[in-house]
Design a protein around this ligand. Sequence first.
Ligand code: NOJ
Length: 702
Amino acid sequence: MPSSTTFIEDLLAQMTLEEKIGQLNQMNGGPDLDPDLLRMGQVGSVILDAGPSDGPGSSEARRAEWANHLQRLALQARVPIPLLLARDVIHGFRTVFPIPLAQAAAFDPELSRAAAEMAAREATAAGIKWTFAPMLDIARDPRWGRIAEGNGEDPVLGARLAAALVHGFQGPDMSGPERLVACAKHFAGYGAAEGGRDYENAEISEPTLRDVYLPPFESAVRAGVGTVMCAFVDLNGIPATANRHLLTDILRGEWHFEGFVVSDWTSIPELVYHGVAEDEAHAAYLALHAGVDMDMAGMAYLNTLARSVREGRVPMEEVDAAVRRVLEVKRRAGLFERPFADPSRAARDVLTPEARQLARRFACQSMVLLKNEGNLLPLQGFRRILVAGPFLHARDELFGTWALDGRAEDVLPLDEALRQVAPEGVELWFADWADLALRRANEADAVVLLMGEHPTRSGENSNVSDLGLPPGQPEFIAAVAALGRPTVLVVFAGRPLAIAREVAQVQAVLYAWHPGIEGGAALGEILFGQASPGGRLPVTFPRATGQVPIYYNHKNSGRPLGPDRGFQSRYVDLPSSPLFPFGYGLTYTAFEYANLRLSGEVMRGRLEISADITNVGDRFGREVVQLYIRDRVGSLTRPVRELKDFQAVELRPGETRRVTFILREEQLAFTRADGTRGVEPGTFYVWVASDSQRGLRGEFRI
Ligand code: NOJ
């Protein structure tokens, strides 16, 4: 790889103003992309669409050829600079893994890393070099459809997964032919959109922004993420796309981010609609000055920057700085040395058995067992099992949102997948129709209901005002449950749904999210006990839509939420507690926590906190042991609990293991009343717990 500074400066010195601005322009690579713009050095990056229509042979190979064709056009420019070819590779490529929110439920950074690595291998085989992932938006409002794309509500879990995903996509060196440049998005505060309506504005106090919304991004930067995408959101009155405080002061000044920032789709010209820019030229000026280096599909830089520079309204240095950053990422991505993809890789590297196996493991690990009365699951001793519901024949409905490159034909329909996995002697009966299901349920020994929301009901701009199951399903479930057969409810969804009534009606509930390409087999393995559900909730489950926002790390208030005690915070029509708390998830065995020990009563730099975890059930199991703290008194009010760490342990029946956490003083730092970050001396509670509402509690001081 050429060495950095002189190489970039030499290039820059050869470029005209127009060519420089071309590097800051990203266009969609649809059929209407004008090849002359590429030849004239007017495009720095192309968002790859699928390319020419599919024909015989591996279509990923054809896509790699299409990518190479675009690259050749760009390299015909007077100053040849390779394109950075981009695409939304969000939770897998052709091998679709569970949606990100489901992945977060696995509480398993290594699995997340491995899936991202696999996605990078497949996507690069199709000529892609840059993904718009990971999505790191903290979300406390499940009405917001994009909660499906992120890691849930917790900053520590989010930060751990952010680093894992960046490492997975980029590897130790993003120039590797099987590595993608990652993009941490959407910076920042996008998940706090008012009313759960995508693209709405957000009001987030500076301490909450820094302590809750930003940590995953900081973690991605520390992990070396190559690029950052700014959010559509209007944050505290300054749209993220024009927010210099975020993009320059914090991102570059405080965190020393050295990659480049791309806008979100047309978010630069949208500054006019936000009402902070007079016109396109003003919008381009604001965005560039704030720190947005590349204009995604907005054309505002291409249309206006040259003139603004010539007329003295935009400093040349700001253009040069942005171009340097873009060129530097291209250099680090190895594009100057290896601009072309190898189309022969597709046949070897796409949809391998290894990838499918990883997808199946991840799906099992991400499904959350919410209820299991009388250990109904795994299903044992039932001969005739009725399986019914709208997901019965699901194929690509299992993918979830943002699975642009998954294909229905790669997925075994759910009913067939279940049939393949079902043990001998089990008769599976299938029913699509509610009335048929009702008739057959009467004769069945047990019932499995496959309910939930279609993938188009979550994801970008797919927000709901009602978190209940889609129309018809509650009635379906109630009618079947009323027959009194042992009933398992499986929920496929891109968000926490408010299913309090349904949970009460059935004996077992398994939350399957949108589990990806191997979701059917994974579900079968869990239902019949060949695998165990491994997930824990990465987000609080409300009882009803009206409880939103509800999240575990809330403040106490002067009249704390609690059982109905007069003038305390509450609803008159609903318990205050969530339906299921953050961190919650059952297994096919049971664990006991005992013997909490702290290495001292006073923390001096660090503290060791440990507890014995015993598998008291009769099956092998994996427990996600969680470490929470509460800072009792602060110059600003502190959350009632904060996750600080977690560890998974796998235990045989009867086995006990001592799990030890090292809590360091800096993990207790927060944004204080005076705006500085640090730790305040005082008393802290600490819990070693199986979820955010339980656990063994200890206490220490600083
Ligand atoms: C808009 C979305 O907000 C962003 O997440 C995505 O990466 C871009 N479109 C490109 O498709």
